[in-house]
Design a protein around this ligand. Structure first.
Ligand code: ADP
Ligand code: MG
Length: 226
């Protein structure tokens, strides 16, 4: 599904140059659940944002299916993201002024094909993560675990092929973290491809494959024995 070939990402600011990604070769097959691990600053978020097309590599190729994403302009990329990707962040990133159902509906706000059955889709997504009973609440009225489940509902309401999660359990206690992992596992079993950054070895073990990064490079890749 995804092929990254020799991806490079350099940041240049004033005199300082940082190389966040070096010589990244990565294939992700449809149906995989890939965990990315590595110390802080090693490039995990940059890699995830590159996969999400919100960060543009300074070198290399990104192929999604048979499409070379370098050929897409910003408008095409925005549509690609809206139709294909779902994002989950460590800090939930819900909008405080909107209710949970309004937040979830944002996940299909830019979908042209989603008119008509929007309400049903939002309700189904909230149901899937067990927050339907909080639909009319605001984010600050929910626990962290509930907020992250709402954020997952927003990510999946458009039925994305690929879910990108950057430390989705990083702000959660053990029990809520386990719930989030159960939801991600269920989504993966239902066909979604998932790429997740995590600092938790036990959460990485739930994935079907794990890669380790160091200083902008992928230094190890291990597929889970079944
Ligand atoms: N916008 C930016 N400008 C300059 N340097 C950046 C920027 N974003 C990330 N970096 C640098 O790139 C490296 C990788 O960052 P990041 O991908 O966020 O690491 P991780 O998610 O593994 O902690 C770090 O050295 C970081 O300081
Ligand atoms: Mg990060």
């Amino acid at each position: 599904m995804i092929r990254l070939e020799n991806i490079q990402r350099r940041y240049v600011s004033d005199e300082v140059e940082t190389t966040a990604l070096k010589d990244i070769h990565l294939h992700v097959e449809a149906g995989e659940f890939l965990a990315i691990m590595g110390p802080s600053g090693c490039g995990k978020s940059t890699l995830l944002n590159t996969l999400g097309t919100v960060d543009r590599p300074t070198g290399g190729r990104y192929l999604f299916g048979d499409r070379d994403l370098a050929a897409l302009n910003e408008a095409d990329l925005a549509r690609f993201r809206a139709e294909t990707l779902g994002f989950v962040f460590q800090s939930f990133n819900l909008i405080d002024e909107l209710t949970i159902e309004e937040n979830v509906a944002l996940g299909i706000a830019y979908r042209r094909d989603a008119a008509g059955n929007r309400r049903d889709r939002v309700a189904a997504a909230m149901d899937r993560v067990g927050i339907a009973h909080r639909a009319r609440h605001f984010p600050h009225q929910l626990s962290g675990g509930q907020q992250q489940r709402a954020a997952i509902a927003r990510a999946i309401v458009g039925n994305p092929k690929l879910i990108l999660a950057d430390e989705p359990t990083g702000n959660l206690d053990t029990e809520n973290g386990a719930q989030v992992m159960n939801i991600l596992t269920a989504l993966n079993n239902a066909g979604a491809t998932i790429v997740m950054v995590t600092h938790s070895p036990s959460h990485a073990d739930i994935a079907t494959r794990r890669i380790d990064m160091l200083d902008g490079r992928i230094v190890a890749s291990a597929t889970r024995a079944i």
